[in-house]
Design a binder for this molecule. Structure first.
Ligand code: SER
Length: 341
């Protein structure tokens, strides 16, 4: 009997991990193997064929993934986000870069075992961009993948390098080796904007202000936003982020002209977003207390992303506009989640 097909998800207990695992186990055929630093929430763990609690920087964590499975894909979600990474850049390097190297090594080894490529999806970030000034940000408008690739945060530096590592592993790995390489990895990455989930709250990111505002208001709590009310960066709804990951993973390799793709949906300022939040939760107060350094970081991120390459190569199109996300996804779910709070 052939081994059961499986996908490995690092950072399984994070925000994207929760949503991706739910989707994969509801609609997919693969066994899901979760790897996370902490024991995943019971709602995640119960959906997984195997749970490995371990650090992505430690090769031994990957060695514990059961040999019983034919690992056909790795979704390498484990990362320290931008605000956390600025507090501890050396640890960020270790998690975001060494962890990625370990995950790529694991995928390489599994490709040798299965005699076929292992698909590798890497969520990169808007943080890979570094726009030098606010004036330039306003002038730039929707930014393409190859523009402003000089990030100002450790997280952005790490993510940009992760993209390069993936390109190297999938196209040029050990190009001077005498012995043949294993089939290797099929690496694909997405530069995500801020992501908003109705079910989880982010931590350690610099785009956290919109989801924090929504989740605070839904619990009847006031919120002091840590960036100016006119700050503008792109966002998208979590279900669209999961769709993007799965669509890119399944896309026909012959149609992919890049290993890195922008995706985007809308870009409300906190003032615009809060207006809608306050319509739903009029009893709360939203104020602004910009944090100088965090403001400085989002000011270097583009106001908009040009995702025409993803639209052309793999038919990317978000399902949720800002209004639809708020009315059909966020409000019904957060109201239910916090009912009685
Ligand atoms: N949400 C991320 C962060 O703020 C951006 O990719 O760090």
């Amino acid at each position: 009997m052939s081994a059961r097909s499986a996908v490995v998800i690092t950072g399984a207990n994070g925000e994207i991990g929760h949503a991706l695992i739910e989707r994969l186990t509801e609609h997919g055929q693969d066994a899901v193997i979760a790897l996370d630093l902490r024991e995943p929430d019971p709602s995640v763990a119960k959906r997984c064929a195997q749970v490995v609690v371990g650090d992505v920087t430690d090769a031994a964590s990957f060695e514990r993934v059961s040999d019983q499975y034919d690992v056909r894909a790795v979704f390498h979600l484990a990362a320290m986000l931008s605000t956390s990474s600025e507090k501890s850049p050396e640890r960020a390097q270790s998690v975001n870069v060494d962890g990625t190297l370990r995950a790529l090594g694991f995928a390489m080894a599994r490709s040798a075992r299965r005699g076929a490529k292992v698909s590798f999806v890497f969520p990169s970030s808007i943080a890979a961009y570094g726009v030098p000034s606010l004036a330039e940000k306003q002038r730039a408008g929707a930014v393409r993948e190859e523009q402003f690739n000089a990030p100002t945060t450790m997280y952005g530096v790490n993510k940009l390098y992760g993209e390069h590592l993936g390109r190297y592993y999938s196209r040029h790995y050990r190009q001077l080796a005498q012995e043949p390489n294993p089939p290797g990895v099929d690496f694909r990455s997405i530069r995500f904007p801020g992501i908003i989930s109705a079910f989880t709250v982010p931590s350690g990111g610099t785009s956290d202000y919109l989801p924090e505002m929504l989740h605070a208001a839904a619990q009847g709590k006031d919120y002091a936003c840590f960036v100016r009310d006119d700050t503008r960066i792109p966002f998208m709804a979590m279900p669209d982020a999961v769709d993007a990951i799965l669509q890119l993973a399944d896309a026909d390799a012959a149609k992919l002209s890049s290993v890195v793709y922008n995706v985007s949906a809308f870009n409300p300022s906190p003032a615009e977003f809060s207006e809608r939040v306050l319509r739903a939760f009029p009893q709360v107060k939203i104020t602004y207390a910009p944090h100088e350094k965090r403001q400085g970081i989002v000011d270097t991120w583009p106001a908009d992303l040009d995702d025409s390459l993803a639209r052309r190569d793999w038919a990317w199109a978000p399902k949720y506009s800002l209004d639809r996300m708020i009315d059909e996804y966020l409000l019904p779910n957060v109201k239910q989640r916090y009912a009685g709070v």
